[in-house]
Design a protein around this ligand. Structure first.
Ligand code: 2SA
Ligand code: GDP
Ligand code: MG
Length: 429
């Protein structure tokens, strides 16, 4: 890869284009080899990004995947919700696997804190929802963003300057939730003591990240943003209420880092060559049959954070057309094309029909989404191993046709093609 992949004028953004787990971490790792700054702008440790470098495998949750590059400063932006105990645990795990990167990490003093309290409430809310539960990761993400939106959230800076004030805010947050959910078990005094220690540990990495990113841009440094989750899990644009609690699309980059749209350059949408989803909610191209099982097992489709099996189905270009429209991708990374190697035929969804008529746009109402009939195109498979291909022309003709079909349907350039999990198993066009 040449250094020119990242602009030193504008921010490069990598976003999930479906329901998550498209392989964003792998592309971020590739691009971050040339980045000066790699930033997360939303979500928390609900994310799970796996990176494979030679024989080493790293799992990132709250931390930006750019940390694999020792020269890259990694930023947890103001739009992220951070569970500090998990942050330090993740750093320890990375250190144990040979990545000592704590000194590269910066956390925004405006980022909101996720407490164990939020994780407990996340679980209680899911129980309350019963059969309609969202299938959250139970990492406290929704309750932490609720605290933020209701202006009772606690931010990193609260922890740093006046601990008595922090303690008061924290105790009030617990009391309010106990009024709502009853007297759940929670050792508040122990938690206060733990945060007194965590405050000192986080102090050296807490900064005004907005200033940092703008200074980096002014100094012509290369800034990369790693999206977490994906557009169909976006709180506004996703399949609400089966979504996460942040703006996972391009808007979240501006609000989660404090950068204007004029500073955003390339936006790369990461698209799995089929579709997966974890948790509840509609999934029109889901294959509850041998095809879905085959995709799940060949693709090793298991949640990085929770270990849950991912639901699997065919590529959905109706979802992708909507995703391209909302996020305005300048190019796409098609990932896991190799997982389709053994399929004699491959289907692609091209239209949703409702009562015999094509739907003009992606529906807001889930009862409509549940009723749609999906129209598919069937393309011939290539039935050969593509994992060693390193250029577009190396790919079998049917794999090239599959990609060209996607590209022309979406009118968006395919720039990267993933043919295996490791860093080098990527075609760049
Ligand atoms: P939450 O925990 O409040 O954000 O859950 C709300 C919905 O968002 C989905 N969600 C995810 N979907 C795919 N991947 C995610 N990260 C992990 C991974 C998931 C895992 O990389 O594998 O390990 O299970 C992720 N995080 C949140 C979630 O399933 C809910 O549907
Ligand atoms: P993310 O959340 O979008 O970063 O994706 P995850 O890391 O949760 O899930 C993607 C999984 O697919 C990881 O285990 C990756 O190592 C793996 N992966 C990424 N790209 C490819 C690819 O092109 N081919 C194959 N076979 N695996 C891939
Ligand atoms: Mg993931």
């Amino acid at each position: 890869m040449s250094a020119s992949q990242l602009s030193n004028e504008k921010i490069t953004v990598v976003l999930g284009a479906q329901w998550g787990d498209e392989g964003k971490g792998k592309l971020v790792d590739i691009l971050a080899q040339e980045a000066d700054v790699c930033a997360r702008c939303q979500g928390g440790n609900n994310a799970g990004h796996t990176i494979v470098v030679s024989d080493k495998k790293y799992d990132f949750h709250l931390l930006p995947s750019g940390l694999v590059n020792p020269n890259c400063i990694s930023v947890i932006g103001n739009g992220v919700v951070a569970h500090l105990p998990s942050l330090f645990e993740e750093l320890e795990k990375l250190k144990a696997s040979g990545l000592d990167c704590e000194h590269q990490l910066v956390i925004s003093d405006r980022a909101h804190l996720v407490f164990d309290l939020h994780q407990i409430v996340d679980g209680l809310k899911e129980i309350e929802l019963g059969r309609g539960s969202i299938g959250t990761t139970k990492k406290g993400i929704g309750p932490a963003y609720s605290s933020k939106a209701s202006r009772s959230g606690v931010r990193v800076h609260h922890l740093l300057y006046d601990f008595a004030d922090f303690e008061q805010r924290f105790r009030k947050a617990v009391a309010t939730r106990k009024l709502r959910y009853g007297d759940f078990e929670y050792d508040v005094d122990a938690e206060v003591a733990r945060y007194r220690q965590l405050a000192e540990r986080v102090r050296p990495m807490a900064r005004d990240s907005i200033q940092l990113v703008h200074e980096a841009l002014a100094q012509k440094k290369r800034v990369l943003v790693e999206g977490a989750n994906a557009i169909m899990l976006d709180i506004d644009f996703g399949t609400f209420p089966y979504v996460t609690s942040s703006n996972t699309g391009i808007g979240g980059v501006c609000t989660g880092l404090g950068v204007p749209p004029s500073k955003i350059g390339n936006v790369i949408g990461v698209v799995k060559a089929y579709t997966t989803r974890v948790g509840g909610g509609p999934f029109p191209t889901e294959q509850l049959n041998e095809f879905g099982e085959k995709l799940q097992s060949i693709g090793f489709e298991v949640g990085v954070t929770t270990g849950r099996k991912r639901r699997c189905g065919w590529l959905d270009l109706v979802v992708m057309r909507y995703s391209c429209m909302v996020n305005g991708y300048t190019s796409l990374n098609i990932t896991k094309l190799d997982v389709l190697d053994t399929f004699p035929e491959i289907k692609i969804a091209t239209e949703y029909m409702l009562d015999g008529k094509p739907l003009a746009s992606f529906p807001a109402d889930l009862s409509i989404l549940e009723r749609v009939e999906v129209k598919y195109e069937t393309l011939p498979g290539w039935q050969s191993d593509i994992s060693k291909c390193r250029s577009f022309s190396d790919l079998p003709a049917n794999a090239q046709s599959y990609l060209k079909f996607i590209e022309s349907f979406l009118e968006t350039k395919i720039e990267w093609i993933g043919v295996g999990p490791s860093r080098d198993a990527m075609i760049h066009i």
